[in-house]
Structures are given as structure tokens and as C-alpha cells.
Design a protein around this ligand. Structure first.
Ligand SMILES: Nc1nc2c(ncn2[C@@H]2O[C@H](COP(=O)(O)OP(=O)(O)OP(=O)(O)O)[C@@H](O)[C@H]2O)c(=O)[nH]1
Ligand SMILES: [Mg+2]
Length: 294
């Protein structure tokens, strides 16, 4: 019992550095949604890893939003900043190929007294490890890190080393969750997130930023989960695009989402999707509050 440890570790960084991918790799299960588009994550999601006496509670945060100034993005930035405060350590994720102004801005928002481990991600994209040296040198001058660990969320390279370093930063104390619990989010949350991921993956460049998913109902009927959700878009013209010719695109989105849900929930899912227009919802304080962006 002596060396029992438990703590919260926030995963922060500019958009698209691979924070959500890293969370999934650390806990060994796809919990957080991932897409090639920047600013995919809006809702913090926790992933819990219990290894013997040590319990890590990781929290994947939204990347710091730089794209548009609106009510939604201000709420997301608040979430990102607050998330690095209420934790025992921060993993600051950057890409191995570059470190720039947007990375520096996020780093500057992490309190000076907070312990930070820099995870230099995507090392699988480098020709050889020596390419990283100038970046590592620059990084060391930015701040005093508890450690700098090159990793690949994609291949899993060096993830055990990252865990080893983090273990030393966790406070001693009882575990907050049972050893087999993976997250503190419920199935309703993941259902909406999975639909959102498919919108990011299957819609064109800008449209996902104007979409939001609201879960209308989630009912367990025997072994079947019956799920109904609304996709909000910001303009009438976007509704037709999300529907696609004869509703084909919405159908593809629904099928892809349902398959992922069935895998995660390990059971049959019926998914009903609707599209509704709410003009400029990303600027609509009331709707945003209804959708959980306080
Ligand atoms: N090659 C490579 N690609 C990666 C790695 N980690 C993440 N990616 C890719 O990088 C893109 C962004 O990954 P995410 O995990 O969504 O990044 P994020 O930091 O959570 O992004 P936001 O939520 O938008 O802030 C996706 O296309 C991932 O597949 C890695 O280690 N190697
Ligand atoms: Mg993310």
C-alpha cells in the first residue's frame, strides 16, 4: 500500500499535435475522437490507466483555438486553460517536425509552478532521430520541463518511457477509480462524440466547424441501444451538403458512427440522425449553454 499513487495528468498543446491519439495510446483503447483536421476535440475526455499500484487519470483537452473568434471557441479556450490548472502534471504535446508560435502560446498558459513533461510526438515521421536535435535544444530553453520524451502515438514508440516519467510525478494516495474503469464519461457522451468524429472525417474542410451533435435520446431495449441525435448546422445550405444526394452522405456518416458505437459498447445499436439548422450557432450563447458549453 505504501507506494500507491493516483493523479490527474492533463494533455495540452496546440491543435492537431496528436493529443487525443496519445490519450488513446496511453490507455490502450480508442476513447477520444481523432481526425486529420485541427480543432477536433471540443469536450475534455478522461482516460484512466491502472498499472499495479499506480493510477493515471489522463484528460485530453481541446487544442487552443486560433481559427475564429466566437463564443464557442472562447468557451473551448477556457476549457483548455482551466484543464491545465486542476491537475497534478501536464503533458505538453508538440510535433517532432516543428515548434512554433502557437505551441509557445499554449506553453505560456500553463502555470509556472505546474510540472510539465514535453511529449515530442510523431517521431515516426522523421527520417532519423538526429533531425529532432535542434528542436530539442530549442525546447529546453523555453521552460524547465520535468522531462522531454520523444514518442509516437501512432506506433506506440517510447510510450512506456513516458509512463515511467509520469509515474514519478503522481502524488501518493488511494486510487480514485476501480482498476478496470477506463473513463469517467458515459455511453451517451461517447455516442455524440463518435458522430462528431464522422462529421470531421467525412465532411469537407470547413463544414465540421459549423456542426455540433446533440444527443436526443439513448434507450437500452434489451441488448439494443436505441440512439437518436441531432446534427446542428449553421446555415440552410449546409443542411443539403450534410444530407448529400438522396441522403447518401448522412447515411454514410450514420453507418460509420453506428459501427464504431457497436464496437465500443459491444452490442447492437440503432442510430437515428436528424439535421437541424440554427443560424450561426457558434455565436449563440443560449444554444451553446444547452449543448454544455457553459
Ligand atoms: N504520423 C503520425 N501521425 C499522428 C501521430 N499522432 C497523431 N497523429 C495524427 O495527427 C492528426 C491529429 O491527431 P489528433 O489526435 O486528433 O490531434 P489533437 O491534438 O487531439 O487535435 P485537436 O483535438 O484538434 O486539438 C491525426 O490525423 C492523427 O492520426 C503520430 O504519432 N504519428
Ligand atoms: Mg483532440
Amino acid at each position: 500500500m505504501q507506494d500507491r499513487r493516483c493523479g490527474t495528468i492533463a494533455i495540452a498543446g496546440r491543435p492537431n499535435t496528436g493529443k487525443s491519439s496519445l490519450l488513446n495510446r496511453l490507455v490502450g483503447q480508442k476513447l477520444a475522437i481523432v481526425s486529420p483536421k485541427a480543432q477536433t476535440t471540443r469536450n475534455p475526455v478522461s482516460g484512466i490507466l491502472t498499472e499495479g499500484e499506480c493510477q493515471y487519470v489522463f484528460v485530453d483537452l481541446p487544442g487552443f483555438q486560433t481559427r475564429h473568434v466566437n463564443v464557442l471557441n472562447r468557451a473551448l479556450n477556457r476549457r483548455a486553460s482551466e484543464g491545465t490548472r486542476d491537475c497534478d502534471a501536464v503533458v505538453f504535446v508538440i510535433e517532432a517536425q516543428r515548434f512554433g508560435g502557437a505551441d509557445r502560446e499554449v506553453l505560456g498558459r500553463i502555470a509556472a509552478e505546474q510540472r510539465v513533461v514535453a511529449a515530442v510526438n510523431k517521431i515516426d515521421l522523421l527520417g532519423n532521430a538526429a533531425e529532432m536535435l535542434p528542436l530539442l535544444e530549442r525546447l529546453q530553453k523555453e521552460r524547465e520541463f520535468a522531462a522531454i520524451v520523444p514518442v509516437s502515438a501512432q506506433t506506440g514508440e517510447n510510450i512506456p518511457e513516458l509512463l515511467r516519467v509520469l509515474r514519478g510525478l503522481l502524488p501518493q494516495g488511494p486510487h480514485a477509480y476501480p482498476a478496470d474503469q477506463l473513463t469517467d464519461r458515459d455511453e451517451r457522451f461517447f455516442a455524440a462524440e463518435i458522430v462528431r468524429e464522422k462529421l470531421f472525417l467525412l465532411l469537407g474542410a470547413e463544414l465540421p466547424y459549423d456542426c455540433e451533435v446533440e444527443l436526443n435520446s439513448f434507450k437500452q431495449e434489451g441488448k439494443l441501444r436505441r440512439i437518436e441525435a441531432t446534427v446542428w448546422v449553421a446555415r440552410e445550405s449546409q443542411k443539403a451538403i450534410v444530407l448529400g444526394t438522396g441522403g447518401a452522405l448522412l447515411k454514410r456518416i450514420g453507418t460509420a458512427a453506428r459501427r464504431d458505437m457497436e464496437r465500443l459498447f459491444d452490442g447492437k445499436v440503432y442510430l437515428g440522425l436528424w439535421i437541424k439548422v440554427k443560424r450561426d450557432w457558434t455565436r449563440d450563447q443560449r444554444l451553446l449553454r444547452q449543448l454544455g458549453y457553459g
